[in-house]
Design a protein around this ligand. Structure first.
Ligand code: R5P
Length: 312
């Protein structure tokens, strides 16, 4: 079966790198907007009988990128793709996996249903906010992790004074994973979310005084969580040598300015969300190209992904 890699417009550079590592080039897709704003796209080559992988992050603009992926899947299904897999480096809506208050949707579930209705028959994602998302899908779901690659990137700056910090309870297991890989102790910041942008800290568990924190999280969106954790760590006597590691650098609004105003020395992130050509010197980007190419190659050959998957 022929291997075909297609991409929407969310993260072309990563998709091209993945295709290149698999010894191919991206298939041709035309994406247009009608004058009334409706999205229209077309796969501009035959994919009949192919093993098709669609690479698309549902990063901002979230709804537009999500719709591109859904329409692309429908186009591929109707064009006779034999197998159709979505490769989603950053999965938007993953945080809305439950009803927090009252009359709300479980948006992640709605998105999962849309994927399946559009014809996708397998989903590959990276470091989801919560692994429960897999249960929203009846199609096979491969949950890859970039944590070993990110940990390798952090390792050179680790000293005997380093401590891995979870900026909230939700990141505690992730922090354990990094701590295990880096042979470091763990501390946990206790956070309460006040609004989409604001969070408050109620306490810290673990020793941070005189230590250099490595704050780890699945994603940075507004930077509110990292800012609150950093301020709490500084008030608890940590060294002003703080590193932040996260798989997904969504970095909306003033997130970067927010982080630049803190004694954060480095921000190590993956390229699951496409970053501007000129990056802040604070940011060190690790490519997901090798991980995704390896996963796609193995799925194409029906081989095990075991060592690439999240086991938290
Ligand atoms: C929440 O539990 C997540 O793991 C992140 O900590 C959070 O979503 C990051 O968002 P922000 O940067 O807006 O605080």
């Amino acid at each position: 079966m022929n291997l075909t890699i297609l991409a929407g417009s969310s993260n072309r550079s990563l998709a091209e790198a993945v295709a290149g590592q698999l010894g191919t080039t991206l298939g041709s897709v035309g994406i247009y907007r009608f004058p009334d704003g409706e999205l229209h796209l077309e796969v501009q080559q035959s994919i009949r009988g192919d093993d098709v992988f669609l690479v698309q992050s549902t990063s901002p603009p979230v709804d537009s990128n999500l719709l591109e992926l859904l329409l692309l899947a429908d186009a591929c299904r109707r064009a006779g793709a034999a197998r159709l897999t979505a490769v989603i480096p950053y999965f938007g809506y993953a945080r809305q996996d439950r009803r927090a208050t009252g009359r709300e949707p479980v948006s992640a579930r709605v998105v999962a249903d849309l994927f399946q209705v559009s014809g996708l028959r397998r989903v590959v994602a990276v470091d989801l906010h919560s692994p429960v998302l897999e249960g929203f899908f009846w199609v096979p779901f491969e949950h890859l992790t970039a944590v070993p690659t990110l940990a390798d990137t952090v390792r050179p700056i680790v000293t005997s004074k380093s401590v891995v910090v979870a900026p909230d309870l939700g990141a505690a297991r992730l922090a354990d994973t990094y701590a295990h890989l880096l042979h470091l102790p763990v501390a946990i910041v206790h956070k309460t979310r006040v609004s989409g942008e604001a969070v408050s800290v109620t306490g810290i568990t673990g020793a941070v005084r005189g230590r250099a924190p490595i704050i780890v999280d699945d994603m940075i969106s507004t930077g509110g969580t990292i800012e609150a954790a950093t301020r709490a760590l500084l008030s608890s006597g940590c060294l002003p040598d703080i590193s932040v590691v996260a798989t997904h650098a969504v970095l909306v609004g003033t997130a970067l300015q927010r982080l630049s105003s803190l004694p954060v020395q480095r921000l190590i992130v993956s390229n699951s969300v496409e970053q501007p050509a000129t990056l802040s010197p604070l940011i060190q980007t690790v490519s997901l190209g090798t991980l995704l190419a390896e996963a796609i190659g193995r799925l194409h050959r029906d081989e095990s992904l075991e060592d690439l998957l999240v086991h938290r």
